[in-house]
Ligand binder design. Structure first.
Ligand SMILES: [Zn+2]
Length: 236
């Protein structure tokens, strides 16, 4: 597990092993002190809320998270400090939600939320995946792209620059070869590259008279990334 604290909890409380493992997966990916609600987390990991709370209490003792007494706005779910609400009630002030200006009823029920401590966040941040990988995981794209040869990369970039992005905008291999490799390029030399890109479903093609190649959706995405990478490396 990422958090040795959770590993220790799992060792000391065998009934909490599964929850500790699941929470380890979740918490190790958190890099902000946003509030964590045991109720939400228990739904997400399909566990008993009381058990999730027990693990959080143990984590709080170990300094991974800290508990905060909050009240939740019924209208916008904004969290405000329960202490501040109590103080406002004592002073007979109105206590407004900072999100939507709704006045909190004095009898608002406090809820306990947890935040990762600065110390825990410094560990998850050090372990954070590169932004590109976080994004691709978030968007459900494959997180590991197979490397492409130089020629294959030139071809993809050439195709997007030619606008060969659907079958109606297909370009001949000759035109793509010239764009990718220069005037003296031999289209035959690209045959294996094109076949490989086709197998990887990055390009599609139509054979015969008036045939040609175009980028598939994933080919276009890959080509756009390559173009951005090329541009950035050119400015370094
Ligand atoms: Zn509100």
């Amino acid at each position: 597990m990422f958090f040795h604290e959770l590993e220790a909890i799992a060792r000391e409380h065998p009934d909490l092993i599964r929850i500790a493992e699941q929470l380890d997966q979740r918490l190790s990916g958190i890099c902000s002190p946003a509030p964590l609600r045991p109720n939400d987390l228990s739904c997400v990991i399909g566990a008993d809320e009381n058990q999730v709370v027990s693990v959080f209490e143990l984590l709080a003792q170990k300094g991974v998270v800290r508990a905060e007494d909050m009240v939740e706005c019924e209208r916008c779910q904004n969290l405000m400090s329960a202490d501040a609400l109590r103080k406002a009630i004592q002073d007979e002030d109105e206590f407004e939600c900072s999100g939507c200006d709704r006045v909190f009823p004095p009898r608002s029920r406090p809820i306990l939320v947890y935040r990762m401590t600065t110390q825990a966040l410094s560990r998850t941040r050090a372990n954070a995946k590169p932004l590109a990988q976080q994004l691709s995981e978030l968007l459900g794209l494959p997180d590991r792209e197979e490397p492409l040869s130089d020629r294959a990369r030139f071809v993809l970039v050439a195709m997007i620059e030619l606008g060969a992005v659907d079958s109606d905008a297909r370009h001949s291999t000759e035109a793509i070869a010239i764009k990718a490799l220069g005037r003296s390029a031999d289209a035959n030399a690209l045959k294996s590259v094109m076949a490989d890109l086709n197998t990887r479903k990055l390009i599609d093609s139509k054979t015969g008279r008036g045939g040609g190649c175009w980028l598939t959706d994933s080919g276009r995405q890959r080509a756009e990334k390559l173009r951005i990478a090329d541009r950035n490396s050119a400015t370094v």
